[in-house]
Design a protein. Structure first.
Length: 348
C-alpha cells in the first residue's frame, strides 16, 4: 500500500432500494447498503492501494457500527470519525429502467452529520500525515454549519500544504437553509487546487455556457475546443486551480449511457475515449468513481495527466457494471480497461 494518504469529508448514509426494479408502492422489502459521495471516493482509493481516511459524524448505535464495519471491510481509515448526534441519514432509491428515471427520497434531517458544527473536528491532527483533502458541494449544501466546517477544513489543509480538491456535486434538493450554491461554493472553490464537475454543474454553479455532450456511440467526438475555452475561463476566474475536470455523460436510456471526460491543466486540454455502456447495472456513484480514479491517477502518476484522465474515465465506466454506491475494482483492473479492450471478453 502506498504511503500517500487522502482524506475525504462528507456524509455517509444507509441506502434502501426495492429489489428487481420495483417501485416503492410495490415492495415490502428493501436492499440495504451504505454510500455517500465522499465515502465512495475513499473506498475507490483504498481499493486502488492508497491510504484513505474518511471523516464524518455518526451516531452511537448499532446501525452506525455496521456502517463503520462496512468501511473497514474496504480498508478505509475511520479514526477521525466523530460519534454523536441522533441518527444516521437515509435515502430511498427507485432504480431507473428503460425510459423510467430513478427516484430518490432523502431522509437526512437532524442526522449526526446535519448537526455537525465548526470546531468539532481536529483537522490539524487528521491532516498531520496526509497529502490530499477532498470535499464536495453536497457537504456544503446540507446546512450552514456543515458549509462552515468545509471552510474550516480547507483553510487548515491549505495552511498545511495539502492538495485540496472539490467535486461541485450540485444537488438542488439539498439547498434548503436560505443560501444558494452560487453564493456558497465559489468562495470555497477559490481555495482549491482541483475541480471536478459535470457540464451541467459548472453551468448552474458558475453561470457558464458550455458545449453539449450528445454522444450516440463511441465514435462521437466531443467539442474539445469548446471545453478548452470554457476551462480556460474557469482557470482565469480561479487562479489557484491547476486542474479542471469535466465529467461528460449522454443518457440514451436508463440502461444505455455514454461517458467521457476532459482535464485542463498547464494551459492545455486533455480528452479521453468515449465509453458506450449499453447495460448499465447501477449508475449511482459513477461520478465518485471518476473522481476517485482521477485522484489516484494524479497522486500516483503526477507526470502523466493523460493516464490520470484515462484511468478516471475507465473507473467511471466500470462502476456502471456493479450495484451499490461503491466501485469494486482494483487499480490493475481499471488500468487494463484504460489501456486496452472494452469487449468484456473472458480474462484467462
Amino acid at each position: 500500500m502506498n504511503n500517500q494518504k487522502i482524506v475525504t469529508f462528507g456524509e455517509i448514509m444507509l441506502r434502501l432500494t426495492p429489489p428487481d426494479y420495483l417501485r416503492f408502492n410495490q415492495t415490502n422489502l428493501f436492499r440495504a447498503s451504505y454510500g455517500g459521495s465522499e465515502a465512495n471516493v475513499a473506498v475507490s482509493l483504498a481499493n486502488f492501494g492508497l491510504r484513505s481516511e474518511f471523516i464524518t459524524r455518526l451516531p452511537e448505535n448499532r446501525v452506525a457500527d455496521a456502517c463503520l464495519d462496512d468501511l473497514h471491510r474496504y480498508g478505509v481509515g475511520t479514526r477521525g470519525i466523530l460519534r454523536g448526534g441522533k441518527r444516521l441519514g437515509l435515502y430511498y432509491m427507485e432504480e431507473a429502467a428503460a425510459m423510467r428515471t430513478s427516484h430518490v427520497v432523502y431522509d437526512r434531517a437532524d442526522s449526526a452529520f446535519d448537526t455537525l458544527q465548526p470546531g468539532m473536528i481536529d483537522w490539524r491532527t487528521l491532516f498531520n500525515d496526509a497529502s490530499w483533502f477532498h470535499w464536495s458541494g453536497i457537504s456544503a449544501a446540507v446546512s450552514a454549519d456543515t458549509a462552515a466546517v468545509c471552510a474550516e477544513a480547507i483553510a487548515v489543509a491549505r495552511e498545511m500544504g495539502l492538495t485540496v480538491s472539490c467535486d461541485i456535486n450540485y444537488r438542488k434538493n439539498l439547498w434548503k437553509y436560505g443560501k444558494e450554491p452560487q453564493e456558497v461554493l465559489p468562495p470555497l472553490m477559490e481555495q482549491c487546487d482541483i475541480f471536478f464537475g459535470t457540464d451541467d454543474e459548472y453551468e448552474k454553479v458558475l453561470g457558464m455556457h458550455l458545449p453539449k455532450f450528445e454522444a450516440r456511440d463511441a465514435s462521437y467526438q466531443p467539442d474539445t475546443a469548446g471545453y478548452e475555452r470554457t476551462s480556460a475561463e474557469v482557470a482565469a476566474r480561479f487562479p489557484r486551480c491547476r486542474g479542471i475536470v469535466f465529467g461528460l455523460r449522454s443518457v440514451l436510456s436508463a440502461n444505455h449511457h455514454l461517458i467521457s471526460g476532459t482535464l485542463y491543466t498547464g494551459g492545455r486540454l486533455l480528452s479521453t475515449r468515449v465509453y458506450d455502456i449499453d447495460n448499465v447495472v447501477d449508475c449511482v456513484g459513477v461520478g465518485d468513481a471518476f473522481v476517485g480514479g482521477l485522484i489516484y491517477g494524479m497522486a500516483e502518476h503526477a507526470g502523466d495527466m493523460q493516464f490520470a484522465l484515462d484511468f478516471g474515465t475507465a473507473a467511471c465506466a466500470l462502476k456502471n457494471t456493479v450495484p451499490g454506491d461503491y466501485n469494486q475494482f482494483t487499480a490493475e483492473e481499471v488500468a487494463q480497461l484504460a489501456r486496452g479492450s472494452v469487449s468484456g471478453r473472458i480474462a484467462r
